[in-house]
Design a protein around this ligand. Sequence first.
Ligand SMILES: [Zn+2]
Length: 107
Amino acid sequence: MTCKDAEKLIPLFLDDDLDNRDLSDFLSHMENCAECKEELTIQFLVKVGMKRLEDGNTFNLKRELDGLLSEAGRRLKVRRSLVLFSYVLEGCVVVLAATAFVLNLFL
Ligand SMILES: [Zn+2]
């Protein structure tokens, strides 16, 4: 992923609107690219900071952003294992259907 791509995805990331592949590329780009991380931090501060000010809450945005990033990584893993699980399930259904079909032939 190029920096240009990553920058385009920042608003989507902040709205939690990325699919697994984009999210995965995005997160690894953020880990390795200080410039884009900086840009993400700024956009995060603007987006979330404004809201916090409106709410009148105290906040630690740096910590929140770190939390958001590691949370996104965790969710990505969960979502991936769900996808894997659905493949396994699909496989089981196919096997069951085939078994039922064969049994029908012989019974
Ligand atoms: Zn970059």
